[in-house]
Design a protein around this ligand. Structure first.
Ligand code: COA
Length: 465
């Protein structure tokens, strides 16, 4: 165990111990046995309770507050594995051997270089765009370079010579055209649409596309962060981990071993979470035999909403609005009277403390408490008081407990990441889960097609308008 990150592992193990004492890991019979199709289930609005497929990717027991990825408990994965291992696990259903991990890391390092996508992306006003819109755009631009090409030329980019982040030293042919915004001249290619759009997704390179998306989406998030700060996007650093690279490319600063590990754990925690709205959105698009880049773009769009991934950013704004631990009681009373949703609390599936929040809470405290981080420490103190208030009221009455989004913002904030980048970080991690679920579903694909019950009139006449 690395000396600098030993304390983090201990905190995760303590959180795991606490969780195991307060709850128990038990599979729910109806959600953990093979389905005999067609099956019967009780379905609520928003498809609540509907069973759409079988999976080996991951399982959430909401009553117990238990989360597993391909058979491994989330606490064990956080304590003893890395995001790279977890991504491999989700995509292949097993943890990698040493040599598989080495090859996988090499591939991610290669796919982190997305020069053509970056050039295309920088032709848009990224600094003014909603960050999730920019991420979705970037992912669609990755598709442009991968999907529309001659089938005979199927290849993934090699690592180019790294170019310096110092603008003055960039070779002439990549010098920005135009002063206000970086618009590049790049060789025009004639892209050839494959005969069937689906053929790329279902071809031999399908898993490569997933690797490409896992690695490339992080570089897009890094590009967005840098451009918004008015800086030149950075090239990835080959010696850094996925988490380390993400932090470096976003902040321009090499992270400490501790920060790198905490980000690694945060990425593990966000990598998959059942058939939630964004996973479902991505799977619905994939089920039409569209392609995986479009599907992941749909996942990003769904994750953006404040009821889903967008809640982490809103939770931080909410804590800022409260303005300190002493204001919590009055703020909460008013919020409840106004029937406001308290961001970072509640979940469609969990009726217990979200295990991801159990891990992130002590890590947030560790990170911000250590240096009494000026901005994040008062937020942490506020969230602690708020958590007690909510658990003793909404928790008891309605099973509303802290979720993953309550503490992630404090962690990212303490690392110097602005709130508008929180949801893109979530998305970059979740690409692993989305692509894993898509690959699995496509093996027995059936296009998603629920029905709506028509309750409108039948006898309207145009003449009566
Ligand atoms: N604040 C206040 N009340 C909440 C709440 C919250 N964060 N979450 C749920 N409730 C209330 C609901 O209004 C509902 O009340 P009612 O019975 O009087 O109608 C009750 O608790 C049960 O809600 P439930 O059916 O479990 O919620 P849902 O499945 O409709 O919604 C969320 C789930 C996630 C959309 C909801 O909890 C929410 O909006 N949370 C805040 C946003 C957030 O943090 N999202 C991230 C999720 S990871």
């Amino acid at each position: 165990m690395h000396e600098d990150t030993k304390e983090i592992t201990e905190l995760i193990l303590e959180a795991a111990d606490k969780a195991r004492k307060e709850t128990s890991a038990e599979p729910e019979p109806t959600l953990t046995r093979p389905v005999d199709w067609p099956t019967q289930c009780t379905v609520g609005p928003g498809l609540e309770g509907a069973i759409a497929c079988e999976t080996k990717v991951g399982y959430v027991n909401g009553t117990r507050g238990w989360l597993i990825y391909s058979g491994y408990d989330i606490f064990d994965l956080c304590a003893h594995s890395t995001f790279e291992e977890v991504s491999f696990l989700l995509l292949h259903g097993r943890l990698p051997t040493d040599s598989q991990l080495k090859t996988f890391k090499k591939k991610l390092a290669r796919y982190r270089h997305i020069p053509e996508t970056k050039r295309l992306l920088l032709g848009f006003p990224v600094e003014e765009m909603n960050t999730m819109a920019a991420l979705r755009l970037g992912i669609n631009l990755m598709r442009q370079t991968q999907t529309y090409r001659d089938r005979k030329e199927v290849s993934f980019p090699d690592i180019p010579e790294p170019i310096s982040s110092d603008e003055d030293s960039i070779p002439m042919e990549t010098v920005p055209m135009g002063e206000d915004r970086a618009i590049y001249e790049f060789p025009r290619r004639v892209y050839k649409r494959p005969e069937e759009v689906s053929s790329d997704l279902l071809g031999s390179e399908e898993v490569e596309s997933c690797y490409h998306l896992v690695a490339g989406s992080a570089s897009i998030a890094g590009t967005i962060a840098r451009v918004r700060q008015g800086h030149w996007p950075l090239e990835p650093e080959p010696e850094l981990s996925h988490a380390g690279n993400l932090l470096y490319m976003m902040t321009g600063r090499k992270p400490t071993a501790e920060e790198e590990r905490i980000m690694d754990v945060a990425l593990i925690l966000h990598a998959d979470h059942g058939m939630n709205a964004s996973a479902f959105a991505a799977m619905v698009v994939a089920s039409t035999l569209s392609d995986i880049y479009f599907s992941v773009g749909a996942g990003v769009a769904a994750l953006n909403g404040p009821l889903h991934g967008g809640a982490n950013e809103r939770a931080l704004y909410m804590l800022e609005e409260i303005g300190g631990p002493r204001n919590v009681k009055a703020w909460y009373k008013k919020a409840r009277a106004q029937k406001r949703k308290i961001m970072g609390f509640g979940h469609r599936v969990y009726r217990a403390y979200d295990p991801r929040a159990r891990v992130l809470a002590p890590l947030a405290e560790h990170l911000v408490g250590k240096n009494k981080n000026k901005k994040a420490w008062p937020l942490f103190r506020t969230v602690q008081v708020l958590e007690n208030e909510v658990i003793s009221t909404l928790g008891k009455e309605k099973g509303v407990f802290p979720n993953v989004d309550l503490y992630s913002g404090i962690v990212y904030s303490a690392m110097g990441i602005p709130p508008e980048l929180f949801t893109p970080i979530f998305a970059v991690s979740r690409v692993s889960g989305w692509t894993a679920r898509i690959l699995e579903y496509l093996k027995n694909n059936r296009i998603f097609r629920p029905r709506a019950v028509y309750v409108g009139p039948f006898d309207r006449k145009l003449a009566e308008r």
